[in-house]
Design a protein around this ligand. Structure first.
Ligand SMILES: [Cu+2]
Length: 225
């Protein structure tokens, strides 16, 4: 008798646990976007992770999306160019995108600083790296595009071919960062701040669950006595 009651209590335990745990869990995950503070989805581009390239080198993004650039060894940068003039800063009226140089000394590891831009319109954004050693990174193909034209001749391949003819990689004269912001990140690559709220939510849902488990354990103790 006692053992069958014990089995019933054990069978009920995950139900009680689940019923109380999941609403709290949902509340926690729905709170996350607010905690990270971003307006739209976030995409990450690795700079120099696979040689003198951007990974990915083509990004589709909506207005309001954030693009985070993480920098691998040894030393790279992000500069905005015009399609017809690769490897040179764009002649935009307002400030262009320029991260400055962000070095990383650890092989295979990104720097502890990232550069983040927010996409403001649906026009193509042509990018290059302004590093010059051992040869101009832009001219050897370290270029990328955000929202390339859906048709026509202005492709990333065409931009890269034009870049190969320059043999330059010009550093903008304006002090960086412009057109985005530099953030210091934790070793795991997560921007600092925002995470404690998640743990607070998890902790409070655990408290609720503990109460349920405690109640069931009290019933169980009553049976045993
Ligand atoms: Cu580079």
């Amino acid at each position: 008798m006692i053992s069958s009651t014990f089995a019933l209590v054990l069978a009920a335990l995950p139900l009680a646990f689940g019923a109380h745990y999941y609403p709290a869990g949902n509340a926690t995950s729905s709170y996350l976007p607010t905690a990270t503070g971003s307006a739209g989805p976030v995409q990450t581009v690795s700079v120099g992770k696979n040689g003198l390239t951007f990974t990915p080198d083509t990004v589709s993004a909506k207005i309001g999306d954030e693009i985070v650039f993480e920098f691998f060894p040894k030393n790279h940068s992000i500069v905005q160019a015009d399609f017809n003039n690769p490897c040179n800063p764009a002649a935009a009226a307002d400030s262009i995108i320029f991260s400055g140089f962000i070095p990383s000394a650890a092989p295979g590891r990104p720097a502890n600083q990232t550069f983040t831009i927010t996409v403001k319109d649906d026009k193509p954004i042509w990018l290059y790296c302004a590093a010059l050693l051992p040869k101009p990174h832009c001219s050897v193909g370290m270029v990328a595009v955000i929202n390339p034209p859906k048709q026509g001749p202005n492709t990333l391949d065409a931009f890269r071919l034009l870049a190969a003819k320059t043999n330059t990689s010009t550093v903008p004269a304006t002090p960086p960062p412009t057109g985005g912001h530099v953030e210091t990140v934790t070793p795991s690559g997560t921007p600092t701040g925002g995470r404690p709220a998640e743990f607070t939510g998890a902790a409070s849902s655990f408290v609720v669950s503990s109460g349920v488990v405690g109640g069931i354990m009290a019933v169980f103790a009553g049976i045993m006595l």
